[in-house]
Write a protein that binds this ligand. Structure first.
Ligand code: HAM
Length: 421
């Protein structure tokens, strides 16, 4: 029979790595809440139109990467390839803007994109992210970027990471710039790849994203979008840069940064790590001031980012960030069938005192149970057999220093309560 395995580009997250995920999730939620963000959880699948209308009909995500299917009632549904669109849908559907003129939200969860799998790129991957609705001021941009920086710093990643920053300006700015960029590229168009030639017609800004060295060289002398910023674009971007300097958050201006989703307006940014190889973007985001309106809501500015959790974990491993595994406190060894009932009762009481207690359910020899306890890196083993039941005692073994003593069961509670395990 054919062996059943995970689908290409998807991974099981096994018990021996789950502590890293929990640590990252806890850093994310604590930091977001410190900035006043509240968690939101959206469905894994949505109407396909939500993504084509927001991410953009011509983007790689929508044209090539979505997992879509026709439902029994004929509706076209899609496994979410990103979360901003879902959060915006939710913001509109539940009138979140009426609760407060500023809504600060954060999230984490799985996403699906049918990309070519490689290191740091899966077909099912996980993101955490934040979105803030209501403010078009640069202090909102700096707040969003500061959250990303704080999380990167708590994960020990700031030394190996660069903040790349750009502003793709207003619609008017982008339209003028697209014309200028096309006129610049036109004489070289036959030197560009089929993909770039297609983008020349459909979405010329995305040509700036090319990975081809030859194309990049030609683009080095291309006009810069900042030369097409209007006064409002300029003032906003200059203030953002000043605010970033105020909090000593280092950045690098990257005129070619445009991002691969169509909803962006104005500020865009990415944090790139030197430790990730080809897929070096740890986190990306920007402003999307027209998205709420385009999806049927009242005109509301928005800004946010999302980060790849798998990429964070790879980068954290490479920067030697030490994530402690939380081991059980006590291994309960039952040395005789007659002691099973007592061992269940005592373990339950100890769990009631908030200790993590593992008991053996295989009725193995004391030796194998001790071996298991050592494997789990447990500090204390409690052993109970016939003699101990008769005398209402228990054997307490410190597995770190190898000492053991017999104590009355009545003293157990005090012993463990006095301990900082
Ligand atoms: P994105 O740049 O498409 O933006 O994705 C954000 C991050 O998700 C990337 O920087 C990367 O770390 C991770 N990522 C993307 N695709 C994959 C993949 N196939 N495998 C592993 N990791 C991946 C967005 O999704 C926007 N919604 C971000 C945003 C939020 N903009 C405003 N608000």
């Amino acid at each position: 029979m054919k062996k059943l395995r995970t689908i290409k580009g998807t991974h099981d997250i096994l018990p021996n790595e789950i502590h890293k995920w929990k640590e990252l999730e806890s850093i994310v939620s604590q930091t977001c809440e410190q900035f006043g963000y509240q968690e939101i959880r959206n469905p894994i699948f949505e109407e396909t139109g939500l993504f084509s209308r927001s991410v953009g009909e011509e983007t790689d995500i929508v044209t090539k990467e979505m997992y879509s299917w026709e439902d029994v009632d004929g509706a076209s549904l899609t496994l979410r390839p990103e979360l901003t669109a879902s959060v915006v849908r939710s913001y509109i559907q539940h009138n979140l803007g009426t609760i407060s003129p500023i809504q600060r939200l954060y999230y984490s969860g799985p996403l699906f994109r049918r990309e070519r799998p490689q290191k740091g790129r899966q077909r099912q991957f996980h993101q955490f992210g934040v979105e803030a609705f209501g403010s078009n001021n640069p202090e909102q941009d700096v707040e969003i970027i500061a959250i990303a920086w704080k999380i990167l710093s708590l994960c020990g990643l700031t030394n190996d990471t660069t903040l790349n920053l750009n502003s793709i300006g207003s619609k008017e700015c982008r339209n003028n710039y697209k014309k200028a960029l096309k006129s610049y590229i036109y004489p070289y168009i036959k030197d560009f790849s089929k993909t770039s030639q297609h983008r020349f017609e459909t979405n010329p800004l995305r040509i700036l994203d090319t990975k081809s060295e030859k194309e990049q060289e030609i683009l080095n002398n291309a006009p810069k979008i900042s030369d097409y910023h209007n006064e409002t674009d300029n003032t906003h971007f200059e203030s953002l840069k000043e605010f970033l300097k105020d909090i000593d958050l280092p950045f690098s201006i990257n005129h070619k940064l445009v991002r691969g989703l169509d909803y962006y307006t104005g500020t865009v940014f990415e944090f790139n790590s030197v430790n990730l190889g080809a897929q070096d973007a740890l986190l990306g985001g920007g402003r999307y001031n027209k998205l709420v309106e385009n999806l049927g809501g009242k005109p509301t500015p928005g800004i946010g980012f999302a980060a790849g959790m798998e990429r964070f974990l790879i980068a954290m491993e490479q920067s030697d960030f030490n994530i402690k595994k939380s081991n059980p406190d006590i291994y309960f060894i039952c040395a005789d069938k007659k002691a099973i009932s007592s061992s269940i009762k005592i373990s339950s009481r100890l769990r009631g005192l908030n200790f993590k207690v593992v008991s053996d359910t295989l009725r193995r020899s004391i030796k194998s149970q001790l071996r298991e306890a050592n494997k789990l890196k447990v500090k204390y083993a409690l052993i109970i057999g016939e003699d101990e039941i008769r005398n209402s005692t228990i054997i307490l073994k410190n597995l770190i220093i190898g000492t053991q003593k017999t104590i009355p069961q009545s003293e157990l509670k005090n012993f463990f309560e006095d301990l900082t395990i």
